[in-house]
Design a protein around this ligand. Structure first.
Ligand SMILES: [Zn+2]
Length: 373
């Protein structure tokens, strides 16, 4: 071995890590190299992943969540001047990308760690929509058109397995397990595409990338398993997720838009919304007689307190929906349907018309002054 091949260890910069799942770790003598005590650590960062002495992802996830929350703090400070669409893009570009890094590997994290990751995305959704903090998580994600991050990691794992099966990754990944080369001559068509599950004796191995992804793969539909290209595989996976947020929800800006979004999410300052979340005991309108439940429809269509402002609202939307009928007919036609259109828009109208419709509702919200700041 020539002098150039000698490995020169910098003892003062060197650290060591003992990995063990034992509850009581035996005492190990100090490690000394060239008369220097090597420092023992409990975790070490390698290729951007923090490995700890228990081989759990708690340290890594705490680290990335902290970075994400710091970035969200910056976005939070600018939320009043940034449109919602811009906040959503900032989240996807600067925050979610941190969570995506090596997510196929850390997906076998504990449910507590997984909940911490979901909390990052939840916070981003609340910042962008202006929703009240306790709004249901599923409703929030649907509003913004995002999937659970757990589902996102599963999609990434399946995509990676597709790449491994179809030799779209380096050879050392394609050849590391014989299950991809098994003889399937005697199998029927459905089983032909299935992969042989690997047996495991430990929970950690059972939940690891390859075993978990093979189980997920074998539960996919035949159409997905036999996808002929990576693009079509990804497209079909995305279709299965059924993400259907309307793009118009992200357009627009301002306080009234925030209230409009809260009405759509089912949690605003209206008494019925607060009642459903156990935030008040009274679900009735304070103004109207006869115990009228103050829900979105009551506020927009029926409440006697806002009759004058409603005339302006109905005149505005009449021209957009059906110019030929008068506003009394429009209101009595189907109050429930009308209220739904005012909040969610209509698929029969163009995006621009829906936005004009929303603008009329924004003006109604502002003039009614029901939601004081
Ligand atoms: Zn009322």
């Amino acid at each position: 071995m020539g002098p150039a091949m000698v490995c020169n260890i910098q003892c003062r910069k060197t650290e060591y890590l003992i990995i063990s799942k034992k509850k009581q770790i035996p005492h190990y003598p100090p490690l000394i190299l060239n008369n220097v005590n090597i420092k023992r650590v409990t975790c070490h960062k390698h290729l951007g992943l923090i490995l700890n002495d228990k081989l759990s992802w708690t340290d890594h996830i705490a680290d990335i969540c902290k970075k994400c929350h710091n970035k969200l703090n910056t976005i939070l400070r600018m939320r009043h001047i940034l449109p919602r669409l811009c906040i959503e893009k900032l989240y996807k570009t600067f925050v979610r990308s941190l969570l995506d890094y090596a997510d196929v590997i850390y997906d076998n994290c504990t449910s507590a760690d997984s909940a911490n990751i979901e909390h990052v995305q939840r916070r981003a959704c609340i910042i962008s929509t202006g929703a009240i903090r306790v709004t249901k998580h599923v409703t929030l994600l649907k509003e913004v058109g995002l999937e659970l991050l757990k589902t996102r990691r599963q999609v990434h794992r399946l995509t990676y397995l597709y790449k491994i099966k179809n030799h779209l990754v380096p050879d050392y990944l394609c050849n590391f397990h014989p299950l991809f080369h098994h003889n399937t001559e005697n199998y029927n068509l459905r089983r032909h595409a299935n992969l042989i599950p690997i047996r495991s004796r430990t929970v950690a191995y059972y939940n690891s990338f390859l075993l978990a992804t093979i189980r997920d793969w074998n539960s996919l539909s035949a159409e997905l398993i036999t996808a002929t290209s990576l693009a079509s595989f990804k497209r079909l996976l995305k279709k299965n997720l059924n993400l259907c947020s309307k793009k118009i929800y992200s357009r627009g800006h301002g306080y009234e838009k925030k209230i409009h979004t809260r009405l759509r999410l089912g949690l605003s300052a209206l008494n019925d919304h607060l009642y459903k979340y156990n935030l008040t005991l009274n679900r009735f309108c304070d103004f109207c007689p006869g115990n009228c439940i103050e829900n979105t429809e009551h506020y927009l269509i029926h409440c006697a307190r806002y009759t004058n402002y409603r005339i302006t609202l109905l005149l505005g939307i009449k021209n957009l929906l059906c110019p030929d009928i008068n506003i009394a007919m429009l209101r009595d036609l189907c109050p429930n349907y009308l209220s739904k259109i005012l909040i969610e828009g209509s698929d029969d109208l163009s995006d621009d018309t829906n936005l004009e419709l929303f603008e009329c509702v924004f003006r109604f919200i502002k003039s009614s002054n029901r939601f004081s700041r």
